[in-house]
Every structure is written in C-alpha cells, then in structure tokens.
Ligand binder design. Sequence first.
Ligand SMILES: Cc1ncc(C[n+]2csc(CCOP(=O)(O)OP(=O)(O)O)c2C)c(N)n1
Ligand SMILES: [Mg+2]
Length: 328
Amino acid sequence: MTTHAPPKKDRGKKYSISDVDKKTLTFMYRNIYATRQFELKCVELYRQGLIPGYLHLYLGEEAIAAGACAAIGPEGYIVSSHRGHGHCISKGADLKLMMAEILGRETGYCKGRGGSMHISSKDNNNLGANGIVGGGIPIATGAAMGIKIKKSKQVVVVFFSDGASNNGVFGESLNLAAIYNLPVIFMLENNHYAVTTPIEYAAARCELAEKGQAYGMPGICIDGNDAIEVYLETKLAAKRALNGEGPTLIEAKTYRHGGHHVNDPGLYMDPDILAEWKARDPLILLRAQIDEDQARRIEGQVDAELEEAVEFAKNSPKPSVEAFLAEI
Ligand SMILES: Cc1ncc(C[n+]2csc(CCOP(=O)(O)OP(=O)(O)O)c2C)c(N)n1
Ligand SMILES: [Mg+2]
C-alpha cells in the first residue's frame, strides 16, 4: 500500500533557497505561471467548443517541468507525454504556435494535425509529446545514445508518469541506458493515478524511485511540487550525465488538481488528500520566494502574451480538406 499524502519536507540539510540564483527563480516562476494560465484558458476555449479531442491538464504538476527544464538549459533535450503543455512551455515553446496547434489551426506547431498530445518544437530541443503512454521513454533513450555517439555535451530529460512505469518499455529503456551509461534523466511524475487507477492497485511496490537502483542507476524520490528541489536535483543528475556517469531515475511526487482529462471530474479522488496537495500548490510555493513586484511584472507579461496567442489562434485558418487529402 502507499499513501497519496504529500511528502514530508526536510529540505534544509541538503540545499537551500540561496543555492538558486534570482534569474533561475524568475524563469521557473514565469513558466509555472504561463502553464497555469495557458491551461485555464484552454479549458475555457474547450468549453466553447473551440478545441477538438482531449486535453490532459498539468494543473498542479507544473513545478516538475519548470525545475527540470531550467536545470538542463536550452541545449538540453526533452521528450514529453500526453500531459505535455507544461513541458513544452518550460522548454521555451511559443504560446501562439501552441495555442494554434491545440485549436487545430494551420499555423500551429504541427499545422493543426497533432493537437494537444503531439506538440514538438525542434527549435527548443523538444523532441515531442506522445499519445502512447510510455512511448517517449525509448525515444529519449535513443536520443541519449545519439548524443553519446556524437560526443556532444547534452542531456535528455523524459517526462512520464506512474502508469507508464508499469509498461515494458520502461524496464527495457532503463536497462539499456544503464549498460551504455547514457546521458538521460528519467523524470517519473508520480501523480498517483493512471486515468482512474491508483498506483497501489497497479504496482505491487509503490516506492517507484527504487526501480532506478534495480536497474543500476541512482533512483531518488523528490517533492515534485517544489520547483527549487526539482531544479537542484535535476541539476545534480545532469552533472552526472554530462560527466559520463550515466542515467538517473527521479521520482517526483505530485498530484493532479482534477481528473485525468478535461471532462473527468475526478470523483474517485479523496477530497481531503486533494485539498492537502492544493495547499501545496507549486505556483503558490514558488511565488512566495519571489519579490512581489517582479511576480506581478512576470504575470502581466504572460497575460499579454497569452491574449495575443488566443487571438492569433482564433484568427488562423483551419487546414483545408485539399491540404489534408494531399498528405495521404
Ligand atoms: C500504450 C497505451 N496504453 C493505454 C493508453 C490509454 N491511456 C491514456 S493516458 C493513460 C494513463 C496514463 O497514466 P500515467 O502514465 O500515470 O500518466 P498520467 O496520465 O498520470 O500523466 C492511459 C492508460 C495509451 N494512450 N497508450
Ligand atoms: Mg499518473
């Protein structure tokens, strides 16, 4: 059995807020705030019938993407999942092109053909989201193999969740990454659910970080709602990877703020546990570490950017039937 309660904090011993420079703090806050507002806007547009398909929201999990992307920098690669808006935004995606993609417009990242679950942006070293659960894990391992062959000083972070860690490709990829000492960080966003299935139903052993040790790499468990902790631990893992010391499995504990997707009210989630996690909202936790004026400035900039993105997407054309047919 496992508990869904938030982790108990004892951060002080290992590192402190002074280990993170101001620029990094504001960079992470910008990305958490942008992801939160972007997704809330998506829900609004979805309810207006402007977004086709599903939307898997990252609300409550934003600190993981923000911390990890800040740690690997622009030269690092990421591979994302079906719950990928936060990964894309934290890796520097253009909100206009993202919004256009989600609204199925020709001007989007994938010309409106992919939608929410298939955004990739080569310019930002984002190798793409994936509708196949666990599908990104071997892609990231392959990318890390490429980096090793090319001897370029880079690292790959792949984001996936607890459900994916029960898939076969998880074990195969960790094993390969360990025997070849590949520069990849397996970022397991343990939000405790795979759709409606709680992790303790699907895994006999819920201490997921231990699976790293089982495959011969460090496996660490961190507080995924604390962007600073995510940043510092990912930085350590990246340093090991860049030194040729191989992969790391990071289990970042977190919780969805709602159901599996936009139309799932999440009635199976314990409201008391959910309230405990919401009280540890990653956005509020990081905002408390930032100067009030600066936080407001960032929020104003993001709000304007988002407004522009929505206008851009709404005013962009949908792909024509002829264009679709020409691609078959
Ligand atoms: C290979 C595969 N199996 C099943 C599905 C259907 N499916 C979509 S999301 C999901 C749950 C994934 O859970 P988890 O890996 O914990 O990710 P989370 O939704 O929590 O981010 C499932 C089973 C799928 N898309 N791909
Ligand atoms: Mg999950």
